[in-house]
Design a protein around this ligand. Structure first.
Ligand SMILES: Cc1cc2nc3c(=O)[nH]c(=O)nc-3n(C[C@H](O)[C@H](O)[C@H](O)COP(=O)(O)OP(=O)(O)OC[C@H]3O[C@@H](n4cnc5c(N)ncnc54)[C@H](O)[C@@H]3O)c2cc1C
Length: 682
């Protein structure tokens, strides 16, 4: 698709989805929706991507899903990996000493990229836009409306929107070109308000008047802000501080705290507590929001003492106030959705905002896809967006509040904690051990892997309505299972049978909007009958594969949607492969692939020949005695096998045995939110 300048192209009148805001959340929404084949209008009021500063930390769980969207590689090449965190505090013998070290992502967290990746928000946004541009080239003609590079119209300012369900395109939005002041109106089926903390989309749907800086309408921003002000800067520094290339959390004796983050291009990010001299009551005082860069630098030098800190070029400087706020609703009508900073804000030091914002949209996009392609029930699926993502944001805010107050607290004088701990704490002192413990304890959550969903139709947990009321007990979540519905799939390596390549099972199916059905087939000889029964079930008209089929020709995505191989199936011409684009099957045998042949498998398994594996790769987390590491890790018997359903966003949805009871249970699971075909509106 040729690049076009912003002045040449004008938005059209109708789109499937309008996205307002091209920060991390908006970019993620666009890449997903474009991948699913939607016609998207994306606007942002800035003339370019973020040029400096703002978010810079990508957590392991985000990288895991970006890997599936083919986005992670470029970012990993450009960024800096934080493997370790150092804690610096006053000690009995030194003004400042390294008191502890901890891995950035502790070893008990089972991830492929066990680090925080640091690079600035602009580089992340640009990676997204280039990927969107590449994918737009695959859009069918009726969806590929002209747009500037990456599909983002700039600088376009959103003004307002309204919804009218009687229209084919229920949402109407108006916006204005920020330079020419030319006005536009466009209609769409959905509008995603990812326009940041001061969201105008939120105000448009919420109503109400500007009050204390938040909009007190139907949607309220719940929470509060503290009076603690921090400065943040991306700078070049020279120093004799030994850990400048590590992430460091430094509590000085009485001058406040600092966080050091190594960055790309020779920069360092410093988060500096802007603490002024204590008042007569002994309590901390802080500079206001008007604190200058010079004040920030002088506070940083003071906190670093006795180490020297010399400043070079400043790439970015800002101040912020610590607070935690969450929107009471993420949508009012399941047409206009909010996400990212428009729904939750908190302090940036835990490196979470960009991650949770992107994953909000990652979670919403596949749900819209299924509804619009006519295979899912709108009234069941779309409410799960707010339900799932709001509960994650609530957890984050709780963590952030505790973490921020520990960070902003004053380090106690060396004798205070033992001599008069209660008084010291009342004056704002922080126990360094408690701080380090809080950091370590929350590493699972901050890595993104601890973001857990509760029971709902998508997560067949024991307390879900589906499992509680299911007539056959013990079919869902079979005994011994180590995966948990509503939690991410544990990663593992397997051997791909067609080419004997060692691959990561969780990356084998890229982001394509489909559910992944992992058939853990146990030992080859022992599961033949069950695999044959599954083959028969897949062919039966009442199986979920056939019940929840989109209209002929409708795909779940415009890329990663093909199972074509160079292999000529013997059945060619007599029997069409029974693919449903919303389900991808993966078959994993506990027996090495050298001991069996794909050709001997039933037809419905063979047609997924690129996704047939043997579970014969060593996994140190399982131990060398386990013969089939993935079966063992997931808690599935190699005698009986099992089936693990993974949602399009990488979360486990359901687990059942590899037998007729299990197949019927899958019908019940998918029947809980999918719908008969032919309702596609695309
Ligand atoms: C100093 C700082 C450091 C941070 N560090 C981290 C970190 O290390 N890790 C992390 O995960 N998060 C961090 N964050 C938080 C992170 O920046 C945000 O959480 C993240 O950018 C949210 O993404 P978003 O897309 O929801 O919103 P934003 O990034 O705010 O994007 C919103 C977009 O909408 C546009 N927009 C706004 N209004 C309109 C309108 N009316 N019309 C059209 N467009 C509009 C804006 O121009 C912007 O491009 C940090 C934030 C700050 C301020």
């Amino acid at each position: 698709m040729p690049h076009a300048t912003k002045s040449e192209i004008r938005p059209e009148a109708e789109y499937d989805v309008i996205i307002v805001g091209a920060g991390p959340a908006g970019c993620m929404a666009n890449v997903c929706l474009t991948t699913y084949g939607f016609k998207v209008l994306h606007i942002d009021n800035r003339p370019t991507t973020t040029e400096a500063g703002r978010a810079d930390g990508l957590q392991p769980r985000t990288l895991e899903e970006e890997g599936k969207a083919s986005l992670a590689k470029r970012m990993i090449n450009q960024g800096v990996r934080v493997q370790e965190v150092s804690f610096w505090d006053p000690s009995p013998t030194a003004q400042l000493a390294r008191t502890s070290r901890a891995p950035s992502c502790p070893d008990f967290i089972d991830v492929c990229d066990p680090y925080t990746l640091l690079l600035h928000q602009g580089l992340i946004e640009r990676s997204f836009l280039d990927e969107i541009e590449a994918r737009r080239a695959h859009l069918p003609a009726d969806k590929a409306s002209p747009a500037p590079h990456g599909g983002v119209f700039r600088p376009y300012e959103f003004e307002t929107c309204s919804t009218d369900e009687s229209q084919a395109y229920p949402v109407s939005a108006s916006f204005v070109h920020a330079d020419t002041k030319e006005k536009f109106t466009a209609r769409a089926k959905y509008l995603l308000g990812v326009d940041g903390a001061r969201s105008l989309v939120r105000r448009a749907i919420s109503g109400g008047q500007p009050g204390d800086g938040e909009w007190q309408g139907k949607i309220r921003m719940l929470g509060d802000a503290s009076d603690i002000i921090w400065g943040v800067m991306d700078v070049e520094v020279k120093t004799n501080f030994p850990d400048i290339m590590s992430k460091c959390l430094i509590h000085s004796k009485s001058d406040g705290s600092i966080m050091v983050i190594p960055r790309e291009a020779g920069l360092v990010r410093l988060y500096v507590q802007l603490q002024a001299e204590a008042g007569p009551d002994g309590k901390q005082k802080h500079y206001g929001r008007d604190a200058s860069e010079d004040i920030c630098k002088s506070r940083a030098r003071k906190i670093f003492e006795p180490f020297k800190l010399e400043f070079g070029k400043t790439a970015w400087f800002s101040v912020y106030q610590i607070g935690q706020r969450i929107a009471s609703n993420y949508t009012l009508d399941e047409r206009v959705f909010l996400g990212g900073d428009a729904t939750h804000t908190h302090s940036p030091k835990a490196g979470q905002g960009m991650n949770i914002s992107m994953l909000d949209m990652y979670s919403l996009a596949w749900k819209i896809n299924m509804v619009e392609k006519g295979v899912a029930d709108r009234s069941t699926l779309l409410p799960t967006y707010e339900q799932e993502r709001k509960s994650i944001a609530e957890e984050l805010l709780k963590f952030d509040k505790a973490y921020s107050s520990l960070f902003s607290g004053r380090s106690p004088k060396s004798d205070q904690l033992t001599a008069d701990a209660t008084k010291a704490k009342a004056l704002g002192a922080v126990d360094p051990e408690l701080f380090i413990e809080t950091f370590k304890k929350n590493a699972f959550f901050t890595s993104g892997c601890g973001a857990i969903y509760f029971a709902n139709p998508l997560n067949a947990l024991p307390d879900s309505e589906l499992v509680k009321n299911y007539s056959k007990k013990g079919v869902f979540n079979p005994e011994g299972s180590k995966l948990i519905a509503g939690q991410r799939l544990l990663p593992g390596k397997v051997t791909r049978a067609i080419d004997a390549n060692l691959v990561r099972i969780q990356q084998e199916v890229k982001m394509n909007g489909a559910f992944r059905i992992h058939v853990l087939a146990g030992e080859y000889g022992k599961s033949k009958a069950q695999i044959a029964a599954l083959d028969k079930f897949i062919d039966s008209p009442s199986s979920f594969v056939n019940l929840y089929r989109p209209k002929s020709g409708v795909q779940s995505a415009i890329v990663y949607n093909s199972h074509d191989t160079r292999h000529i199936e013997p059945e060619r011409g007599q029997r069409e492969p029974n693919y449903n684009p919303f389900f991808d099957f993966l078959y994993i045998f506990a027996t090495p692939h050298t001991e069996w042949d794909i050709e001997d498998l039933p037809y419905n398994a063979r047609i997924y020949r690129d996704n047939i594996y043997s579970d014969d790769v060593y996994d140190r987390r399982v131990g060398k005695d386990a013969k089939a590491a993935l079966h063992t890790k997931w808690g599935i018997s190699t005698e009986q096998g099992g089936i693990v359903v993974v949602r399009p966003d990488g979360y486990v949805g359901a687990q059942v045995p590899l037998n007729q009871d299990g197949f019927e249970a899958l019908n019940a699971y998918f029947g809980g939110f999918m719908s008969g075909s032919q309702k596609a509106s695309l």
